[in-house]
Design a protein around this ligand. Structure first.
Ligand SMILES: NC(=O)c1ccc[n+]([C@@H]2O[C@H](COP(=O)([O-])OP(=O)(O)OC[C@H]3O[C@@H](n4cnc5c(N)ncnc54)[C@H](OP(=O)(O)O)[C@@H]3O)[C@@H](O)[C@H]2O)c1
Length: 284
């Protein structure tokens, strides 16, 4: 069968498999919008859904998943523990509450949303225990730089299998991608389209014309060829479909380099090392 969004997986360091491209659910806070987006995404072939306690939509996501009437093993769900819920007991309680909202017995992947120095190690210890207890299949982090990962390694019983980071053509994060790859940590790009703010870039427009694709598809293909995972978000059915239609063309090494050249280290979010204290991560 030809490679497509529904059958393109990456293998995590713990042996579990994860779709390379998934569906992002940040800022979808309307129930109907969430239910429709999940339905359209699943019909298109997306099999990974990315939510978080902070998004305040876990109940709607749960409803969307329930309405799919699809076997639980056919889709992969990620949620993230918010800063306010960090700490050993609170993390564990918050995950039980997330599962209830999602209507699930387990999540496939649980992430620490941001590194904060309060409860840094206890939160991770709760993650290791939640995995051992079977409430989560894989454990990882988000917005962790090298320094956070090295620090975590001083006490972790097992290391994160995934680091979800802001990555797009204007923030290519090459050293971080290399570090994660060398440590058997999958990088998953959040805001992989840079929130769609600069899709009129001349380099992207030229590549899009050359391949008969859109600038958004060019960016998503660039991520795939970098070997990382992606979770683009859209509430529009045509974009949801188009964002998955990236498995039938290839960018040359020279074209990959042209996109690399767009990097300006521009962040949508805060620099994680600068907000390594509870309460400074938002808004963005
Ligand atoms: N771990 C973290 O700290 C963190 C932070 C942010 C996000 N995330 C996760 O990453 C996911 C993706 O990031 P994101 O939602 O911030 O940004 P994104 O996926 O880069 O971009 C989404 C934006 O681009 C628009 N868009 C989507 N497809 C398009 C297309 N083909 N053409 C033109 N515009 C398009 C969407 O608008 P429409 O919806 O109107 O189509 C939306 O405004 C989130 O949903 C969330 O799950 C994680």
């Amino acid at each position: 069968m030809a490679t497509q969004i529904s059958n393109q997986f990456l293998t995590l360091a713990d042996g579990n498999r994860m779709p390379q491209e998934g569906f992002g659910l940040y800022k979808i806070t309307d129930e109907k919008e969430a239910v429709n987006a999940i339905k359209w995404a699943y019909e298109t072939g997306y099999r990974l859904f990315d939510t978080a306690q902070m998004y305040e939509n876990e109940e709607f996501v749960g409803e969307g998943l329930r309405q799919l009437s699809a076997p639980r093993e056919s889709y992969f769900v990620t949620t993230k523990v918010s800063e306010a819920n960090q700490g050993y007991d609170q993390t564990k309680q918050s995950v039980v509450s997330s599962l209830k909202k999602l209507g699930l017995d387990y999540v496939d992947l649980l992430l620490i949303h941001w590194p904060v120095h309060q409860h840094f190690f206890e939160t991770w210890r709760a993650f290791e225990d939640l995995k051992a207890e079977g409430l989560v299949r894989s454990i990882g982090v988000s917005n962790y730089g090298m320094v956070h990962l090295e620090y975590l390694a001083t006490k972790a019983r097992e290391m994160p299998v995934l680091d979800q980071l802001e990555v797009h053509p204007w923030l290519t994060e090459k050293p971080m991608l290399k570090f994660n790859a060398e440590h058997n940590i999958i990088t998953q790009a959040w805001s992989p389209l840079g929130r769609g703010k600069r899709l009129d870039d001349p380099v992207l427009l030229k590549l899009a014309a050359a391949h008969g694709k859109t600038p958004a598809q060019i960016i998503l293909r660039w991520h795939l060829q970098n070997g990382i995972a992606i979770i683009p978000k859209s509430v529009h059915q045509d974009r949801i479909k188009a964002n998955a239609d990236i498995f039938d063309f290839e960018l040359s090494p020279a074209e990959m380099q042209q996109i690399d050249g767009l990097n300006t280290n521009h962040r949508i979010s805060k620099e994680p090392e600068m907000v390594y204290e509870f309460g400074y991560q938002y808004p963005y």
